[in-house]
Ligand binder design. Sequence first.
Ligand code: NAD
Length: 471
Amino acid sequence: MSLLDKFMKGRAELAMPGPDGLISRKSFLQAAGSAVAAGVATGMVASCQTQGQSPTYPVPTSGTYKAPTGQQVPSSPPYSPPANVPAQSDTPIELEAWKSDADRQSGPVPTPLPNDERVGYALVGLGHLTLEELLPAFGACKKSKPVALVSGNPEKLQKVARQYGIKPESCYSYDTYDKLKDNPEVQVIYIVLPNSMHAEYTIRGAQAGKHILCEKPMANSSAECRAMIDACQKANRKLMIAYRIQYEPYNRYVREQLQKNEFGKPKFVDAYNCQSSANPNHWRHIKALAGGGALPDIGLYCLNTTRFILGEEPTEVFAYTASDPANPLFKEVEEVCSWQMKFPSGVIANCATHYNVHDARQYRVMTERGWYELGNAYAYEGQKLTTSRADGPIVRQENVSITPKNQFATEMDHFSDCILKDKDPYTPGQEGLQDQQIMEAIYQSAREGRPVKLPPVDQKDRFRGPEPNLT
Ligand code: NAD
């Protein structure tokens, strides 16, 4: 049935009499509106067929509506312009276009799955990331929904459950965590706990028969990472590490340009991720819980994103770490870490991370004939991309603006897609293990004051799964 036929049929149904044999005023008005629309649609098709030009058609005439107060207010008859409504749940509705190609086009229209077809998530740990970012991000998800919560604080658990419509029987404590096994609504457990707890809760979650999405850093040691990968493999469950940057449009754009050698080959990367903290009692400052200081928490973004945009693995690292001995924040973990990585293509990356300077998160990739600079590169939002290249006697510097996406929603929906279609995630456990091995080499280099070699990896994107479909 053509778009026009569907449209006319819908309109005819609107004007059908009710059980009392009468056509309601509302139906009448809608049908009247449809008469205008039908003329519009017919005219549009005829216009397209005969002239091959943009259609022109009359705007439905305005009338008035009597408000309950008795006032007459201007109104127009209801009118639905033609729309293509595919039956498949993952194919977007196509609306009538109106923008010229002089402006950025909107759409495609989001295609959320019906609620009962979405993948159910249990969130473990109701801290900053879960409450401030992840639970709100489900509102932007198309394939994922929160169905269970795990927390050690009953009051917080109850309040958050009510805020997000989680059933009381789907609220768990750390003691009852393993009972998630008996909750068929939960397909994924999302681990959002201090780093030292990632391994245990991943392994127990896989043993409970659930797929695991685990926050970065994957764990505090490569031995723990291997145990997590093994446990998920044995349980035949998927494991993904929540590297949101690898699903973020600006960082993906830079990677794409570099892979195409758009400005010639990449030669040098300068990356830093810095923030300031103030609470020495927080787990981030306790080595047994955090595994380290700035490096595994935020420096990891420089490491993981550089590997991601280049698609290759470092063969050698050289690092310094330092801490102010008088500052109680840094009794156990490093304040600053600065390191260099050598890549097989010859690229050198210069990276730094700091826990005691004002917020700064950016990188620049220098290539043979230009550079890409991404401001707020690792932030939740607000990326700013500038590129520079020579064009004869001119140097062109451009600001590239890309429609932003909620990074957490994109990442969760990618994992849900993998579960729905039985695919491997783009950032599996092996990707987290590789970062952990490199961080161990970075710490070793800082301790020993010498470069540390890493096993060569020839294959590009060796530790990533198939390219994600993020539309
Ligand atoms: P947070 O301290 O705000 O929350 C941690 C949660 O764990 C709290 O609810 C706390 O009650 C619970 N918890 C359970 N046992 C604990 C213990 N022994 N000590 C301390 N807390 C305990 O931390 P967060 O910032 O939400 O970070 C959680 C995880 O998410 C970390 O692994 C962190 O690296 C990661 N993270 C990722 C991003 C990202 O952008 N992907 C951003 C922030 C944090």
